[in-house]
Design a protein around this ligand. Structure first.
Ligand code: B12
Length: 302
């Protein structure tokens, strides 16, 4: 960028700042008494920025190539072409960002409702995490079952199934609430149709992926499938992941696991279709008696 251009930008920014700093400061003169709008006269002049058409609207005032910019923006959900107000984001962009951030917070801090679990007769156990704050700060505790959870799983679960299905809240309760009802029956029926024996399903509160190692020490399954809420993004906050491992146990890491991610009706893999993928991957894992990198190596070229 040449000096003249930089100088022009500096002048524009200074002019913008000048407008703000030249306004009378409260200390210079007593502030006028606030005037309330007459009752019923409140005007909100910004359209709701979270509506799909507002979300996708171009924010650049005079685009050089409006058609090109629109096409570019249509290729991604990233916040492109949002424009700016001087050096700052537009109010619309800021509000949308704050609204999307609010949705992520709700997804992370909400609990999966009992009705969601009851539909598939899932009982609940908890990891060594005590509350949501600790869950975020101590992923290690989310990978360990509490003593009570160990006892409950031992008492209530069938031992030695081919597949143990587990549901975990993870980082998004919305992911479980919005997708479980669709994906679960597909997996259940798909495994049944393939003659694969499943164990007693249950729900783990404050779960991390690594908890499947602890679980399998108790149930002794050939494969543990964990359906868990993914870290929400600023656009999609209800995506579910299906993590699985062949004979998980002490010392097994993510290198021994597979994942099918981004399961959501909001711009991801639809849960019905994802259920079918999960069943196919389970069959492959059982056939090759391996998961993760080992499975990739065993099936390379096949
Ligand atoms: C956070 C994250 C990471 C973090 C995990 C750190 C942490 N402690 O959370 C880091 C940056 C280390 C990471 C690394 C990798 N990741 Co990653 N990751 C994610 C992300 C953004 C969110 C995962 C999440 O919410 N998990 C749920 C929570 C509750 O789980 P958790 O127990 O807190 O965290 C565990 C899992 O996240 C797991 N994990 C993370 N990535 C991967 C990838 C694979 C293949 C496996 C088996 C496990 C795994 O590791 C964590 C510790 O056990 C997803 C995107 C998505 N849409 O899900 C990608 C995603 C899962 N990662 C992916 C990949 C490819 C990887 C890497 C292989 C990248 C690389 N080439 O190195 C590595 C593998 C790391 C590993 N653990 O072995 C892909 C998987 C694609 C696929 N279907 O196979 C995803 C879907 C991103 C994408 N769209 O490409 N990842």
């Amino acid at each position: 960028m040449d000096d003249a251009r930089i100088e022009a930008i500096v002048q524009a920014v200074l002019a913008e700042l000048g407008k703000e700093t030249s306004a009378p400061r409260p200390s210079a003169a007593p502030a006028p008494a606030p005037t309330s709008p007459p009752a019923g006269d409140l005007v909100i002049d910004l359209p709701d920025p979270t509506r799909p058409e507002a979300r996708r609207a171009l924010g650049v005032a005079q685009p050089f190539n409006a058609e090109g910019l629109r096409n570019l923006c249509a290729t991604t959900t990233a916040r492109l072409g949002v424009g700016r107000a001087g050096p700052r984001p537009k109010t619309r962009s800021l509000l949308l960002f704050q609204a999307d951030h609010g949705v992520t917070q709700d997804a992370i801090y909400s609990e999966v409702a009992e009705e969601v679990k009851a539909r598939f007769q899932l009982f609940t156990v908890q990891t060594q995490v005590q509350d949501r704050g600790q869950y975020l700060l101590r992923p290690d505790l989310g990978r360990k079952l509490s003593d009570e959870a160990r006892r409950t799983i031992n008492e209530r679960c069938a031992k030695g199934p081919q597949v143990q299905i587990v549901i975990g809240d993870g980082l998004s309760a919305a992911a479980v609430a919005n997708n479980l009802a669709q994906i679960y029956p597909v997996i259940e029926q798909g495994l049944k149709a393939a003659g694969i024996r499943t164990g007693t399903p249950f729900f783990v509160r404050f779960a991390r992926v690594g908890v499947i190692n602890d679980i399998n020490e108790i149930v002794g399954a050939d494969l543990v499938l964990l359906l868990i809420g993914e870290r929400p993004g600023l656009g999609v906050a209800d995506a579910l992941s299906a993590y699985m491992g062949y004979r998980p146990g002490p010392g097994k890491t993510d290198a021994h696991r597979d994942v099918i991610c981004m399961i959501t009706n909001n711009g991801g893999i639809n849960p019905l279709e994802a259920g079918a993928y999960v069943v196919e991957l389970i069959k492959k894992t059982l056939e090759f008696q391996a998961s993760g990198v080992e499975l990739k190596l065993k099936t390379a070229g096949k």
